[in-house]
Design a protein around this ligand. Structure first.
Ligand code: FMN
Length: 224
C-alpha cells in the first residue's frame, strides 16, 4: 500500500466532467496505461464484462458525424432504458448541475434554443480527440452494467492521474443502434455509455464550474 488516503481523495476531488477539450491526441501508451488500471476494478465472478471501442483522429470525427445524423433523424433508442424520472432530491440535484452548466456557458433560464445547442455539444463529443464506447454482454443484465460502471469510474480516475480529462456520456447510448452498426458491435452486447477524453481546455466556460455532493449523513443509514 503506497498511496495515502489523502492522495486518493485528492485525485477523486480533482476529477470533473470535462465539456471542452483541446484537440491534442493522447499518446496510445497513455491510453493503454489508463485501460490497464481501469481493468483492475472488481466484477461479479471476475467476468470483466467491459469492452471498449476507442476512437482517435478521423475515427472520432466519423463518430461525431454518425451521431449527429442519428440525432437529426430523431431515433432515440438506448439498449438500456433511460431513467423514467428524477424526483425529490434526485430531481433537485439534476437541476442544480444543469443550472451550474448553463450559468457557466451563459444559457439563460427559458432559452430553449440555447439549452438545446448546449445539449447538442454531447454529440460533438465536446471536441474531444478520443471517445471510448463501453458495452457489456446483454446476458449479464444489470450486474454487467454495474461492473462496467466501476470500470467507467476507474477509467476517469486513472485518466485524471495521467492529466487526461474525461466525461462519461449516457447521451451517446441513446443512439445505440447506429453505434452497433457503425462499430460492428453485436446485438448480444448492451451499449452503456461513451467516455469522451483528451486534454481539458482550462479556459473554456463549460469547464469553469464544479458540482457538489450531499453530505455523508444524507446518504447513509447507520445501524448499530
Ligand atoms: C453514467 C454517466 C452518464 C453521464 N452522461 C452524461 C451525458 O450524457 N452528458 C453530460 O454532459 N454529462 C454526463 N455525465 C456527467 C454527469 O453530469 C456528472 O458526472 C455529474 O454532473 C457530476 O459532475 P462531475 O462529474 O463533474 O463530478 C454522466 C455521468 C455518468 C457517471
Amino acid at each position: 500500500m503506497t498511496m495515502t488516503f489523502s492522495a486518493f481523495d485528492a485525485l477523486l476531488a480533482s476529477r470533473f466532467s470535462c465539456r471542452a477539450f483541446r484537440p491534442d491526441p493522447v499518446p496510445r501508451a497513455v491510453i493503454e496505461r489508463i485501460l490497464g488500471a481501469a481493468c483492475k476494478v472488481p466484477s461479479w465472478c471476475n467476468a470483466q464484462p467491459w469492452q471498449a471501442v476507442i476512437t482517435s483522429g478521423a475515427e472520432t470525427d466519423a463518430l461525431r458525424a454518425v451521431l449527429k445524423d442519428a440525432v437529426e433523424a430523431g431515433g432515440h433508442a438506448p439498449d438500456l432504458p433511460f431513467p423514467t424520472g428524477y424526483s425529490g432530491v434526485y430531481q433537485q440535484r439534476r437541476r442544480d448541475c444543469g443550472w451550474a452548466l448553463y450559468d457557466a456557458v451563459g444559457v439563460t433560464r427559458g432559452d430553449r434554443a440555447a439549452s438545446a445547442r448546449q445539449s447538442m455539444r454531447n454529440f460533438d463529443l465536446f471536441d474531444a480527440p478520443h471517445c471510448a464506447i463501453i458495452s457489456s454482454p446483454a446476458e449479464l443484465g444489470a450486474y454487467g452494467a454495474l461492473d462496467c460502471g466501476g470500470f467507467v469510474t476507474a477509467f476517469t480516475l486513472a485518466a485524471q492521474a495521467e492529466g487526461v480529462a474525461t466525461i462519461p456520456q449516457a447521451a451517446l447510448a441513446g443512439f445505440s443502434p447506429v453505434l452497433h452498426r457503425h462499430f460492428g458491435i453485436g446485438d448480444d452486447r448492451l451499449i452503456l455509455c461513451g467516455i469522451s477524453f483528451g486534454y481539458a481546455d482550462p479556459d473554456a466556460p463549460a469547464n469553469s464550474f464544479r458540482t457538489d455532493r450531499a453530505p455523508v449523513d444524507e446518504i447513509v443509514d447507520w445501524r448499530g
